[in-house]
Design a protein around this ligand. Structure first.
Ligand code: PLP
Length: 396
Protein backbone atom coordinates (compact mmCIF):
# COMPACT_ATOMS: atom_id res chain seq x y z
CA UNK A 1 0.00 0.00 0.00
CA UNK A 2 2.78 2.43 0.89
CA UNK A 3 4.64 4.27 -1.89
CA UNK A 4 8.34 3.59 -2.48
CA UNK A 5 9.28 7.20 -1.71
CA UNK A 6 7.29 7.13 1.52
CA UNK A 7 8.92 3.84 2.52
CA UNK A 8 12.26 5.58 2.14
CA UNK A 9 11.09 8.55 4.24
CA UNK A 10 9.74 6.26 6.97
CA UNK A 11 13.05 4.38 7.10
CA UNK A 12 14.92 7.65 7.59
CA UNK A 13 12.17 8.99 9.82
CA UNK A 14 13.17 11.41 12.47
CA UNK A 15 15.66 10.10 15.01
CA UNK A 16 14.56 12.98 17.23
CA UNK A 17 10.99 11.74 17.38
CA UNK A 18 12.20 8.21 18.18
CA UNK A 19 14.21 9.65 21.08
CA UNK A 20 11.13 11.48 22.30
CA UNK A 21 9.19 8.17 22.37
CA UNK A 22 12.11 6.57 24.21
CA UNK A 23 11.96 9.37 26.80
CA UNK A 24 8.29 8.63 27.47
CA UNK A 25 9.12 4.92 27.88
CA UNK A 26 12.00 5.58 30.32
CA UNK A 27 9.87 8.05 32.30
CA UNK A 28 7.32 5.27 32.87
CA UNK A 29 10.04 2.90 34.03
CA UNK A 30 12.11 5.21 36.23
CA UNK A 31 9.81 8.18 36.97
CA UNK A 32 9.84 11.42 34.96
CA UNK A 33 12.12 13.18 37.48
CA UNK A 34 14.86 10.61 36.86
CA UNK A 35 14.88 10.92 33.08
CA UNK A 36 16.70 13.84 31.45
CA UNK A 37 15.09 14.27 28.09
CA UNK A 38 17.01 16.77 25.94
CA UNK A 39 15.77 15.31 22.68
CA UNK A 40 13.02 17.53 21.32
CA UNK A 41 12.81 21.27 20.67
CA UNK A 42 9.46 21.49 22.44
CA UNK A 43 9.47 24.75 24.46
CA UNK A 44 8.96 24.34 28.21
CA UNK A 45 8.62 28.08 28.79
CA UNK A 46 4.96 29.12 29.00
CA UNK A 47 3.34 31.09 26.19
CA UNK A 48 2.74 34.71 27.32
CA UNK A 49 -0.46 35.06 29.37
CA UNK A 50 -1.81 37.46 26.76
CA UNK A 51 -2.14 34.55 24.28
CA UNK A 52 -4.90 32.80 26.22
CA UNK A 53 -6.54 36.15 26.98
CA UNK A 54 -6.58 36.98 23.27
CA UNK A 55 -8.04 33.59 22.37
CA UNK A 56 -10.94 34.16 24.77
CA UNK A 57 -11.42 37.74 23.63
CA UNK A 58 -11.35 36.82 19.94
CA UNK A 59 -13.69 33.87 20.34
CA UNK A 60 -16.14 35.99 22.36
CA UNK A 61 -16.05 39.04 20.16
CA UNK A 62 -15.72 37.91 16.55
CA UNK A 63 -18.60 37.16 14.27
CA UNK A 64 -18.83 33.38 13.90
CA UNK A 65 -18.87 33.29 10.08
CA UNK A 66 -15.66 35.29 10.04
CA UNK A 67 -14.03 33.34 12.87
CA UNK A 68 -14.68 29.92 11.37
CA UNK A 69 -15.02 30.66 7.66
CA UNK A 70 -12.79 30.24 4.61
CA UNK A 71 -10.68 33.24 3.74
CA UNK A 72 -8.04 34.38 1.27
CA UNK A 73 -5.56 31.45 1.08
CA UNK A 74 -2.74 33.77 2.16
CA UNK A 75 -4.60 34.63 5.35
CA UNK A 76 -6.77 37.44 6.72
CA UNK A 77 -5.72 40.65 4.88
CA UNK A 78 -5.88 42.73 8.09
CA UNK A 79 -3.65 40.24 9.94
CA UNK A 80 -1.09 40.26 7.11
CA UNK A 81 -1.21 44.07 7.03
CA UNK A 82 -0.55 44.28 10.76
CA UNK A 83 2.41 41.91 10.48
CA UNK A 84 3.76 43.90 7.49
CA UNK A 85 3.46 47.15 9.47
CA UNK A 86 5.19 45.64 12.47
CA UNK A 87 8.10 44.46 10.27
CA UNK A 88 8.26 47.91 8.64
CA UNK A 89 8.62 49.48 12.07
CA UNK A 90 11.27 47.01 13.20
CA UNK A 91 13.33 46.71 10.02
CA UNK A 92 12.57 49.90 8.13
CA UNK A 93 11.00 47.99 5.23
CA UNK A 94 8.04 48.93 3.03
CA UNK A 95 5.95 45.78 3.10
CA UNK A 96 2.23 45.49 2.56
CA UNK A 97 -0.14 42.55 2.95
CA UNK A 98 0.97 41.16 -0.45
CA UNK A 99 4.41 40.48 1.07
CA UNK A 100 3.02 38.30 3.86
CA UNK A 101 1.52 34.82 3.52
CA UNK A 102 0.30 33.21 6.75
CA UNK A 103 1.60 29.65 7.09
CA UNK A 104 1.05 26.45 9.04
CA UNK A 105 4.23 26.96 11.09
CA UNK A 106 7.68 27.03 9.54
CA UNK A 107 7.20 23.48 8.27
CA UNK A 108 4.10 24.54 6.32
CA UNK A 109 5.87 27.67 5.13
CA UNK A 110 8.94 25.78 3.89
CA UNK A 111 6.75 23.33 1.98
CA UNK A 112 4.71 26.12 0.40
CA UNK A 113 7.89 27.93 -0.68
CA UNK A 114 9.51 24.80 -2.12
CA UNK A 115 6.30 23.86 -3.95
CA UNK A 116 6.20 27.37 -5.42
CA UNK A 117 9.76 27.47 -6.74
CA UNK A 118 11.05 23.94 -7.42
CA UNK A 119 11.03 22.14 -10.77
CA UNK A 120 11.72 18.39 -10.52
CA UNK A 121 15.42 17.65 -9.99
CA UNK A 122 16.41 21.20 -9.07
CA UNK A 123 18.91 21.51 -6.26
CA UNK A 124 18.36 22.96 -2.80
CA UNK A 125 21.59 23.68 -0.95
CA UNK A 126 21.76 23.39 2.85
CA UNK A 127 24.67 23.98 5.18
CA UNK A 128 25.39 21.12 7.56
CA UNK A 129 24.53 20.70 10.31
CA UNK A 130 20.95 21.35 9.23
CA UNK A 131 17.41 20.58 10.47
CA UNK A 132 16.88 16.96 9.30
CA UNK A 133 13.29 17.58 8.23
CA UNK A 134 14.61 19.52 5.21
CA UNK A 135 15.27 16.11 3.62
CA UNK A 136 11.55 15.37 3.62
CA UNK A 137 10.49 18.88 2.61
CA UNK A 138 12.78 18.89 -0.44
CA UNK A 139 11.80 15.31 -1.39
CA UNK A 140 8.11 16.30 -1.19
CA UNK A 141 8.65 18.62 -4.15
CA UNK A 142 11.00 16.38 -6.12
CA UNK A 143 14.03 18.52 -5.45
CA UNK A 144 17.55 17.32 -4.76
CA UNK A 145 19.13 18.22 -1.43
CA UNK A 146 22.78 19.23 -1.70
CA UNK A 147 24.78 19.48 1.53
CA UNK A 148 27.68 21.82 2.22
CA UNK A 149 29.89 19.99 4.76
CA UNK A 150 30.04 21.25 8.37
CA UNK A 151 32.61 23.83 9.39
CA UNK A 152 33.82 22.86 12.90
CA UNK A 153 34.68 24.03 15.46
CA UNK A 154 32.94 27.43 14.95
CA UNK A 155 30.17 26.22 12.62
CA UNK A 156 30.03 29.62 10.95
CA UNK A 157 28.91 29.34 7.30
CA UNK A 158 31.80 28.33 5.05
CA UNK A 159 31.07 30.53 2.04
CA UNK A 160 33.97 29.16 -0.03
CA UNK A 161 32.47 25.69 0.31
CA UNK A 162 29.00 27.11 -0.41
CA UNK A 163 30.35 28.64 -3.62
CA UNK A 164 31.59 25.22 -4.75
CA UNK A 165 28.21 23.56 -4.16
CA UNK A 166 26.15 25.95 -6.27
CA UNK A 167 25.55 24.83 -9.85
CA UNK A 168 23.45 25.94 -12.81
CA UNK A 169 20.79 23.63 -11.34
CA UNK A 170 20.62 25.34 -7.89
CA UNK A 171 17.19 26.82 -7.21
CA UNK A 172 17.48 27.68 -3.54
CA UNK A 173 19.78 27.90 -0.56
CA UNK A 174 18.27 27.38 2.88
CA UNK A 175 19.84 29.08 5.88
CA UNK A 176 18.70 28.87 9.49
CA UNK A 177 19.91 31.44 12.01
CA UNK A 178 19.84 31.31 15.03
CA UNK A 179 20.72 27.77 14.13
CA UNK A 180 19.26 24.43 15.05
CA UNK A 181 21.35 22.44 16.10
CA UNK A 182 24.45 24.60 16.73
CA UNK A 183 22.97 27.69 18.45
CA UNK A 184 25.21 29.83 16.22
CA UNK A 185 23.87 33.18 14.97
CA UNK A 186 25.19 34.23 11.56
CA UNK A 187 26.77 37.68 11.73
CA UNK A 188 26.17 40.51 9.29
CA UNK A 189 29.49 39.67 7.70
CA UNK A 190 28.44 36.01 7.26
CA UNK A 191 25.20 37.10 5.57
CA UNK A 192 26.97 39.59 3.31
CA UNK A 193 29.34 36.86 2.15
CA UNK A 194 26.47 34.41 1.51
CA UNK A 195 24.64 37.12 -0.48
CA UNK A 196 27.79 37.85 -2.51
CA UNK A 197 28.16 34.18 -3.44
CA UNK A 198 24.53 33.94 -4.51
CA UNK A 199 24.68 37.13 -6.57
CA UNK A 200 27.90 36.03 -8.27
CA UNK A 201 26.54 32.55 -9.04
CA UNK A 202 23.16 33.83 -10.33
CA UNK A 203 25.07 36.09 -12.73
CA UNK A 204 27.51 33.39 -13.76
CA UNK A 205 24.73 30.89 -14.59
CA UNK A 206 22.07 33.45 -15.52
CA UNK A 207 19.68 31.87 -13.00
CA UNK A 208 17.49 33.07 -10.14
CA UNK A 209 18.56 31.55 -6.84
CA UNK A 210 16.20 31.97 -3.90
CA UNK A 211 17.57 32.43 -0.38
CA UNK A 212 15.15 30.80 2.05
CA UNK A 213 15.75 32.01 5.59
CA UNK A 214 14.14 29.59 8.04
CA UNK A 215 13.66 31.68 11.19
CA UNK A 216 11.72 29.98 13.98
CA UNK A 217 14.41 31.14 16.43
CA UNK A 218 14.77 34.80 15.34
CA UNK A 219 13.60 36.10 18.73
CA UNK A 220 15.78 33.65 20.73
CA UNK A 221 19.09 35.54 20.67
CA UNK A 222 21.12 36.05 23.84
CA UNK A 223 23.51 38.73 25.07
CA UNK A 224 21.89 41.29 22.73
CA UNK A 225 23.40 39.62 19.65
CA UNK A 226 21.71 41.00 16.52
CA UNK A 227 20.13 38.63 14.03
CA UNK A 228 20.60 40.26 10.61
CA UNK A 229 17.43 40.89 8.59
CA UNK A 230 18.20 38.86 5.46
CA UNK A 231 16.14 40.77 2.81
CA UNK A 232 18.43 43.76 3.48
CA UNK A 233 21.30 41.82 1.90
CA UNK A 234 19.76 39.70 -0.88
CA UNK A 235 16.75 40.52 -3.04
CA UNK A 236 15.38 37.04 -3.85
CA UNK A 237 14.73 36.25 -0.19
CA UNK A 238 11.89 34.41 1.49
CA UNK A 239 11.68 34.51 5.30
CA UNK A 240 9.97 31.55 6.86
CA UNK A 241 8.90 32.74 10.33
CA UNK A 242 7.15 30.76 13.03
CA UNK A 243 5.55 31.40 16.42
CA UNK A 244 6.29 27.82 17.54
CA UNK A 245 9.33 28.83 19.57
CA UNK A 246 9.11 32.62 19.79
CA UNK A 247 5.69 32.43 21.52
CA UNK A 248 5.84 28.75 22.61
CA UNK A 249 2.95 27.76 20.31
CA UNK A 250 4.24 24.72 18.38
CA UNK A 251 0.95 22.81 18.55
CA UNK A 252 -1.02 25.72 17.13
CA UNK A 253 0.80 25.58 13.76
CA UNK A 254 1.11 29.25 13.00
CA UNK A 255 3.74 31.31 11.22
CA UNK A 256 4.17 33.44 8.12
CA UNK A 257 6.27 33.81 5.00
CA UNK A 258 7.77 37.13 3.94
CA UNK A 259 8.16 37.56 0.19
CA UNK A 260 10.73 40.32 -0.14
CA UNK A 261 9.32 43.28 -2.10
CA UNK A 262 12.65 43.30 -3.95
CA UNK A 263 12.22 39.72 -5.16
CA UNK A 264 12.01 39.19 -8.92
CA UNK A 265 8.30 38.95 -9.89
CA UNK A 266 7.32 39.34 -6.21
CA UNK A 267 3.58 39.72 -6.93
CA UNK A 268 3.45 36.62 -9.14
CA UNK A 269 5.42 34.68 -6.53
CA UNK A 270 2.88 35.74 -3.88
CA UNK A 271 -0.03 34.52 -6.05
CA UNK A 272 1.77 31.23 -6.67
CA UNK A 273 2.39 30.81 -2.93
CA UNK A 274 -1.29 31.31 -2.31
CA UNK A 275 -2.13 28.50 -4.76
CA UNK A 276 0.63 26.28 -3.30
CA UNK A 277 -0.81 26.73 0.20
CA UNK A 278 -4.20 25.64 -1.11
CA UNK A 279 -3.14 22.70 -3.24
CA UNK A 280 -0.86 21.35 -0.50
CA UNK A 281 -4.07 20.99 1.47
CA UNK A 282 -3.35 23.60 4.14
CA UNK A 283 -5.83 25.90 2.33
CA UNK A 284 -4.98 28.60 4.89
CA UNK A 285 -3.26 28.92 8.26
CA UNK A 286 -5.48 28.34 11.36
CA UNK A 287 -7.93 31.25 11.50
CA UNK A 288 -8.15 31.94 15.23
CA UNK A 289 -4.39 31.72 15.66
CA UNK A 290 -3.87 34.26 12.87
CA UNK A 291 -5.96 36.73 14.85
CA UNK A 292 -4.21 35.78 18.09
CA UNK A 293 -0.70 36.44 16.78
CA UNK A 294 -1.84 39.72 15.22
CA UNK A 295 -3.01 40.80 18.67
CA UNK A 296 0.34 39.80 20.21
CA UNK A 297 2.93 41.25 17.87
CA UNK A 298 4.99 42.66 20.74
CA UNK A 299 4.55 39.71 23.10
CA UNK A 300 7.59 37.68 24.15
CA UNK A 301 8.34 34.51 26.05
CA UNK A 302 10.59 34.61 29.11
CA UNK A 303 14.01 34.48 27.47
CA UNK A 304 15.73 34.62 30.86
CA UNK A 305 14.71 31.04 31.60
CA UNK A 306 16.40 29.80 28.43
CA UNK A 307 19.39 32.02 29.10
CA UNK A 308 19.85 30.55 32.59
CA UNK A 309 19.62 27.02 31.16
CA UNK A 310 22.12 27.94 28.48
CA UNK A 311 24.66 29.24 30.97
CA UNK A 312 24.20 26.36 33.42
CA UNK A 313 24.47 23.71 30.72
CA UNK A 314 27.39 25.25 28.85
CA UNK A 315 29.25 26.00 32.08
CA UNK A 316 28.51 22.62 33.65
CA UNK A 317 29.51 20.56 30.62
CA UNK A 318 32.62 22.62 29.86
CA UNK A 319 33.77 22.19 33.49
CA UNK A 320 33.37 18.44 33.05
CA UNK A 321 35.73 18.50 30.07
CA UNK A 322 33.17 18.30 27.26
CA UNK A 323 33.86 20.43 24.16
CA UNK A 324 30.82 22.58 23.40
CA UNK A 325 30.01 25.10 20.67
CA UNK A 326 29.22 28.40 22.41
CA UNK A 327 25.44 28.82 22.07
CA UNK A 328 24.42 32.34 21.01
CA UNK A 329 20.77 31.69 20.21
CA UNK A 330 17.91 29.18 19.81
CA UNK A 331 17.79 26.63 22.66
CA UNK A 332 20.29 24.02 21.57
CA UNK A 333 23.81 23.17 22.62
CA UNK A 334 26.02 21.32 20.14
CA UNK A 335 28.72 19.23 21.74
CA UNK A 336 31.61 17.24 20.32
CA UNK A 337 31.14 13.55 20.96
CA UNK A 338 34.01 12.41 23.21
CA UNK A 339 33.90 8.98 21.53
CA UNK A 340 34.25 8.58 17.77
CA UNK A 341 30.66 7.57 17.08
CA UNK A 342 28.02 10.13 18.03
CA UNK A 343 25.40 7.35 18.06
CA UNK A 344 27.47 5.31 20.51
CA UNK A 345 27.82 8.38 22.74
CA UNK A 346 24.03 8.82 22.75
CA UNK A 347 23.75 5.20 23.90
CA UNK A 348 26.31 5.85 26.67
CA UNK A 349 24.26 8.88 27.76
CA UNK A 350 21.05 6.86 27.68
CA UNK A 351 22.51 4.51 30.31
CA UNK A 352 22.40 7.54 32.63
CA UNK A 353 18.82 8.25 31.46
CA UNK A 354 20.10 11.23 29.48
CA UNK A 355 18.49 11.55 26.05
CA UNK A 356 20.35 13.52 23.41
CA UNK A 357 20.35 13.40 19.62
CA UNK A 358 23.27 12.30 17.42
CA UNK A 359 24.70 14.96 15.12
CA UNK A 360 24.33 12.52 12.21
CA UNK A 361 20.59 13.34 12.31
CA UNK A 362 21.69 16.85 11.23
CA UNK A 363 24.30 15.76 8.67
CA UNK A 364 27.12 16.23 11.20
CA UNK A 365 28.43 13.00 12.71
CA UNK A 366 30.85 13.29 15.64
CA UNK A 367 28.65 15.79 17.51
CA UNK A 368 25.47 15.59 19.58
CA UNK A 369 22.62 18.03 20.14
CA UNK A 370 21.26 18.84 23.58
CA UNK A 371 17.95 20.74 23.56
CA UNK A 372 17.81 22.91 26.69
CA UNK A 373 14.18 23.99 26.41
CA UNK A 374 13.62 21.96 29.59
CA UNK A 375 13.23 22.84 33.26
CA UNK A 376 16.34 24.12 35.04
CA UNK A 377 15.96 21.17 37.45
CA UNK A 378 16.41 18.78 34.52
CA UNK A 379 19.71 20.46 33.70
CA UNK A 380 20.97 20.54 37.29
CA UNK A 381 19.89 16.99 38.07
CA UNK A 382 21.42 15.62 34.86
CA UNK A 383 24.88 16.85 35.82
CA UNK A 384 25.72 13.86 38.03
CA UNK A 385 25.05 11.57 35.04
CA UNK A 386 27.23 13.74 32.78
CA UNK A 387 29.91 13.71 35.49
CA UNK A 388 29.87 9.90 35.62
CA UNK A 389 30.26 9.77 31.83
CA UNK A 390 33.05 12.36 31.90
CA UNK A 391 34.96 10.40 34.58
CA UNK A 392 34.47 7.07 32.81
CA UNK A 393 35.88 8.55 29.58
CA UNK A 394 38.75 10.26 31.39
CA UNK A 395 37.62 13.82 30.54
CA UNK A 396 37.77 15.06 34.13
N1 PLP B 1 12.91 24.80 11.05
C1 PLP B 1 13.71 24.56 12.09
C2 PLP B 1 15.15 24.91 11.98
C3 PLP B 1 13.21 23.98 13.26
O1 PLP B 1 14.03 23.75 14.28
C4 PLP B 1 11.83 23.66 13.33
C5 PLP B 1 11.26 23.00 14.51
O2 PLP B 1 11.93 22.54 15.39
C6 PLP B 1 11.03 23.94 12.21
C7 PLP B 1 11.60 24.50 11.09
C8 PLP B 1 9.57 23.63 12.21
O3 PLP B 1 8.91 24.54 13.02
P1 PLP B 1 7.33 24.71 13.04
O4 PLP B 1 6.84 24.12 14.32
O5 PLP B 1 7.12 26.18 13.00
O6 PLP B 1 6.79 24.03 11.85
Amino acid sequence: MISESMKEQVAKSSVIRQMFEEGARLAQLYGAENVFDFSLGNPNVEAPASINESIIDIVNNTESVKLHGYMNNMGFPEVRKKIAESLNKKYNTHYDEINICMSVGAAGGMNAILKTILNPGEEVVVLAPYFGEYNGYVANHNGKLVTVPPNPPTFRPDTKALDKHITANTKAVIINTPNNPTGVIYSEDDIKKIAEVLKKKSEEYNTDIALVSDEPYRELAFEGIKVPFIPDYYDNTFICYSYSKSLSLPGERIGYIVISDKMKDADEVASALSVATRTLGFVNAPAIMQMVVAANLDAQVNLEAYDKNRKDLYGGLSDLGFECVYPEGAFYLFMKSPVESDKEFCEIAKRENILIVPGSAFGCPGYVRIAYCVSNDTIRNSMSGFEKISKSLGLS
